[in-house]
Every structure is written in structure tokens, then in C-alpha cells.
Design a protein around this ligand. Structure first.
Ligand code: SAM
Ligand code: SF4
Length: 329
């Protein structure tokens, strides 16, 4: 297929991440703003049919993979309808979820042909889970991960590593991969509006590898093209681990992602300040394709043009962005 969504750095965008809602049943402190936060009213969100229309347009422009995210995608009332309608498109459909509602959606996920899911779990400790998410749902999420494993899904577990919070659990997560085919992904803590980020809370790729390497032998695994995760295995373990080193060793040079927020704004980078309002344009019957093209052409080389890889020098108050929950991770 012709590579249509190409930016000025020659990066081809074939991976669309769609946020279904900015609402969530958890309250992870690193994702939500600290102040009181009002979720967007349903009328401001893309409706199921609008998501379908916009997705089809992207697919016609070469998008091959769609990830549903949020907020928590499965708190949206019409999530099943959206999942099933997108599953008709010729794309690899997947989702990032906090795992709390998987048991209610298992048959929908199967019917949609979804075989791989990312589940967020930052700790293996129930009290700490409550501290991070402000919800006492550790067992539910943990059980749902096992439900998926038993059903043969490929499960990636996202763990945002934060110094002093859960970095002492890195090897507990690696130990988990010994007998179970879970694919743990350690994510470097990223700065967003109001999320209590400071550079000294970032646990880097180098640090994680050192920590794991002190206890286990490690082998690097070959990644897929455009992969954000650097993958590793402890020989003999059933699962693997990976590091998403956004802050200390970025992968902007091979970025193929573009994001649609739940209120229909196109963001060409997690950190981009610039947004294009596709939903309003669609509702006023404008041709949105030129808007999409302009947005992609405006993509900055790295980090939305807001900072560089020397993350120790970032002042979070200088970054202008939404909070993660309103972008869609
Ligand atoms: N609610 C779903 C979930 O938690 O998986 C999907 C949305 S969530 C915003 C997507 C991913 O972004 C999660 O894995 C979450 O841990 C990650 N995330 C949120 N804030 C982050 C931050 N400040 N730094 C790194 N990752 C973050
Ligand atoms: Fe909700 Fe996911 Fe954000 Fe946690 S990380 S508050 S589960 S959207």
C-alpha cells in the first residue's frame, strides 16, 4: 500500500491509537491531574459511528494497527459496539486497559479476534496498588491477567517504574516471567500536566538492566520495526521483559504512531502541544483528510518539540500538554 501518512522526517504513520474516553474507574496519580477533574460530557466525545468513520479514513491512508485506550476504554458504555465495529476493518486491533473489567468483556474480545492485550499493573502488592490507583482492585486485575493467560491471550503487563514507589519490585516482576508467559514492560515515568513528575523519580533503562542483571542472566531479543520496547529474556523463563525508555533513550526516529483523543483531536505525539480538531470538522461536514495531512506534516523531530533527551533538565511546569488521562496512553 502507498505510504500516505508520511511526515517531513520520512516517518510513515501506520499505527493509530484511539482514546475512547477520558473517564476512568481508577485514579492513578501519575496519570491524572492532582486537582479536581471533570470528565468530558458524552456529547463532546466521538460517538461510535464517528470513531468508525474516522478510523476508516485512516485505514484508507495506510493505517494497519489500531489500539484502543483512554482513560479506561472499558468503562465506556458502548465499548463492545466500538470494538466489534472496528474489528471489521482490515487492521490489527488491540487495547491498553487497566484490566479491571476484562472478565465482563472476554467474549467480546474473542469475537473481535483480539489476541493480544496490554494490561497496566504497577505493583504486585495490594496495599501499594491501592496507594497508586486509589482503588482496592489488585486481586481483580491480577485474576483477570490469569484469565487472559488461561484463554491463550498474549498479555503484556505495563509497569510504570517510579523511584521509591515500585522500583524495588523490578525483579519481582521479572521473577513472575519465570513460570508464566507474561510479557512485562517497564515504562520510564513521563512528565504530564499535574502528575507529580520530577526527573529524580525516573528509573532509566540502564538502571533497570543493571538491577535485573545483578540477579539474572539477560538476553536481548530482536524487536519488531518501530517497536518502542527494548525486549529481553532471562533464558529459561516462560515470559519476557522489556523497557520502554521514552525518557533516557527515545525511539522518536522510528515513530509510526498518531493519536486521536476521546474528544476527537489529533495529536501527532504524546508530547505535542498542537492538536487538530477532527471531530468538529467532521460534524460540520468538512473534508478532514487535509487536516490529518497537515497535522502529520507538523510533527516535530522528538518529544513534540517540547524537550530533549537530557531529561534531568526538564522543568515539568514548562511543558504544555494535557494530562495523560485526557490524551490516551
Ligand atoms: N486505563 C488504561 C490503562 O491504565 O492501561 C489505558 C490508559 S493509560 C493512560 C495507558 C498507559 O499509560 C498505562 O500503561 C499507564 O500506566 C501509562 N501511563 C500513564 N501515565 C504515565 C506516565 N506519566 N508515565 C508513563 N506511563 C504512563
Ligand atoms: Fe486510569 Fe489507566 Fe490512567 Fe490509571 S493509568 S488513571 S487506569 S487511565
Amino acid at each position: 500500500m502507498e505510504k500516505k501518512l508520511t511526515d517531513t522526517f520520512g516517518r510513515v504513520h501506520n499505527y493509530l491509537r484511539i482514546s475512547l474516553t477520558d473517564n476512568c474507574n481508577f485514579r492513578c496519580f501519575y496519570c491524572m491531574p492532582e486537582e479536581e477533574y471533570d470528565f468530558a460530557p458524552a456529547s463532546r466525545l466521538m460517538q461510535a459511528s464517528e470513531i468508525n468513520t474516522i478510523s476508516k479514513l485512516f485505514v484508507a491512508q495506510g493505517v494497519e494497527k489500531i489500539r484502543l485506550t483512554g482513560g479506561e476504554p472499558l468503562v465506556r458504555k458502548d465499548a463492545a459496539e466500538i470494538i466489534l465495529s472496528l474489528s471489521e476493518l482490515p487492521v490489527k486491533l488491540t487495547m491498553t486497559t487497566n484490566g479491571s473489567r476484562i472478565h465482563e468483556y472476554l467474549s467480546v474480545l474473542k469475537e473481535a479476534g483480539i489476541r493480544s492485550l496490554n494490561i497496566s499493573l504497577d505493583t504486585l502488592n495490594r496495599e501499594k496498588f491501592l496507594l497508586v490507583t486509589r482503588r482496592d482492585q489488585f486481586q481483580r486485575v491480577y485474576d483477570n491477567i490469569h484469565l487472559l493467560l488461561n484463554e491463550g491471550f498474549h498479555v503484556k503487563v505495563n509497569m510504570v517504574v517510579m523511584k521509591g514507589m515500585n522500583d524495588m519490585e523490578i525483579n519481582d516482576f521479572v521473577e513472575w516471567t519465570k513460570h508464566e508467559p507474561v510479557h512485562v514492560r517497564f515504562i520510564e515515568f513521563m512528565p504530564f500536566s499535574g502528575n507529580r513528575w520530577t526527573s529524580n523519580k525516573v528509573v532509566t533503562l540502564d538502571h533497570i538492566l543493571q538491577e535485573v542483571g545483578n540477579k539474572y542472566p539477560i538476553e536481548r531479543l530482536q524487536g519488531e520495526p518501530n517497536e518502542t520496547a527494548k525486549k529481553f529474556v532471562v533464558p529459561g523463563h516462560a515470559g519476557t521483559f522489556a523497557v520502554i525508555s521514552t525518557m533516557s533513550a527515545n525511539f522518536c526516529g522510528s515513530c509510526n504512531r498518531i493519536r486521536l483523543t476521546a474528544d476527537g483531536k489529533l495529536k501527532n505525539c504524546l508530547f505535542s502541544q498542537h492538536e487538530t480538531d477532527l471531530l468538529t470538522a467532521l460534524r460540520s461536514r468538512q473534508d478532514i483528510l487535509p487536516l490529518i495531512m497537515d497535522n502529520i506534516k507538523a510533527k516535530a523531530k522528538e518529544y513534540g518539540g517540547q524537550f530533549h533527551q537530557d531529561f534531568e533538565n526538564i522543568h515539568p511546569e514548562d511543558i504544555h500538554n494535557r494530562s495523560m488521562i485526557t490524551i490516551g496512553g
